[in-house]
Write a protein that binds this ligand. Structure first.
Ligand code: PLP
Length: 297
């Protein structure tokens, strides 16, 4: 494989001011951290989460990556793109064997076009995918590979995301980020400077449990809890990839005001949370918030 250092990335990602009267009224300034511009095929936190794993795979002499995801996983798509760009074999283990034999959705079709071998797993077995015997059976069947967990979140992913926090040092009081697995928040919070804090907005229902996952990732990556972070789980809009009329209206209005179409599954929910908190008076006048645009529409 080629070295992951060969990838052409835009880092640090741009940080741009976004004036919005609904925030300025409360004395709040918003900055957008445009991680969506890091790489066209490995956008946002997906590059940050993958690159140390790609390096580890290369150093261990692996010629293949195996990872896991749902049928619309951005992580599967990014892993497939990384494989194409670096000359690595990729295998995606997809949740739900009912999908096998059906036409691929655009997300999986893209991954397959990038050379990813898709292996569909029935849901009960998929739930046990981290059991040693289930994993061993998968590797036996699909070939030896460097294994990256579902959503790409492991200790190396969190360490990769610490760079996001470091890039924001000195430029904001609060960093806001959407959370799926919480790996990005774990790293971001660890990289921030003293006096800065992070707020994570889970996009799945039951996001309160996520705090334990973020803590576990911080222990694995950094040896303990790092940084000042918390979760606000009021803004999932009904659950993963679901929405509400209010959330849809927020996204449409934001696009009309600022000419930026928000990625709906994560980024729109996070910004909806930031704007709602500001309207509730949660931020002291003078607060600067850096909202991480973790993906593109
Ligand atoms: C994957 C993804 C996330 C979630 O990142 P986690 O590290 O799993 O919390 C957020 N935003 C976008 C656009 C993503 O694709």
């Amino acid at each position: 494989m080629e070295s992951p250092d060969a990838l052409q990335v835009t880092l640090p990602s741009p940080l741009v001011v976004l004036d919005d009267e609904r925030l300025l009224r409360h004395g709040v300034r918003l900055l957008l951290k445009r991680d969506d511009l890091i790489h066209p095929d490995l956008p946002g936190n997906k590059y940050r989460k993958l690159h140390l794993n790609l390096r580890a795979a290369a150093e261990a002499g692996h010629g293949a990556l195996l990872t896991f995801g749902g049928a619309y996983s951005n992580h599967l798509r990014a892993t497939a793109a990384a494989g194409r760009l670096l000359g690595l074999r990729t295998v995606g283990v997809v949740r739900g064997d009912e999908l096998a034999g059906r036409p691929l959705n655009p997300s999986l079709a893209r991954a397959a076009a990038d050379g990813m071998r898709l292996h569909f797993l029935d849901r009960p077995t998929y739930r046990r995918k981290t059991d040693p015997e289930v994993l061993a059976a998968l590797l036996d069947r699909l070939g030896p590979a460097y294994v990256i967990p579902e959503g790409g979140s492991n200790a190396l992913a969190a360490r990769g995301c610490a760079a996001l926090g470091r890039e924001l040092r000195g430029s904001a009081d609060i960093a806001a980020v959407a959370c799926g697995t919480g790996g990005t928040l774990a790293g971001l919070a660890a990289g921030l400077g003293p006096g800065q804090r992070a707020i994570g907005f889970p996009v799945l229902r039951g996001g309160a449990f996520l705090a334990e996952d973020v803590l576990r990732l911080q222990r694995e990556a950094f040896g303990g809890r790092r940084g000042d972070w918390r979760l606000d789980d009021r803004f999932h809009g009904g659950g993963y990839a679901r929405s509400t009329p209010e959330l849809d209206a927020f996204g449409a209005d934001f696009a009309a005001r600022h000419g930026l179409a928000l990625e709906p599954v994560y980024v729109a929910k996070m910004l909806h949370g930031v704007f709602t908190l500001a309207a509730e008076g949660a931020f002291a006048p003078g607060t600067k918030i850096a909202a991480v645009v973790t993906g593109a529409r």
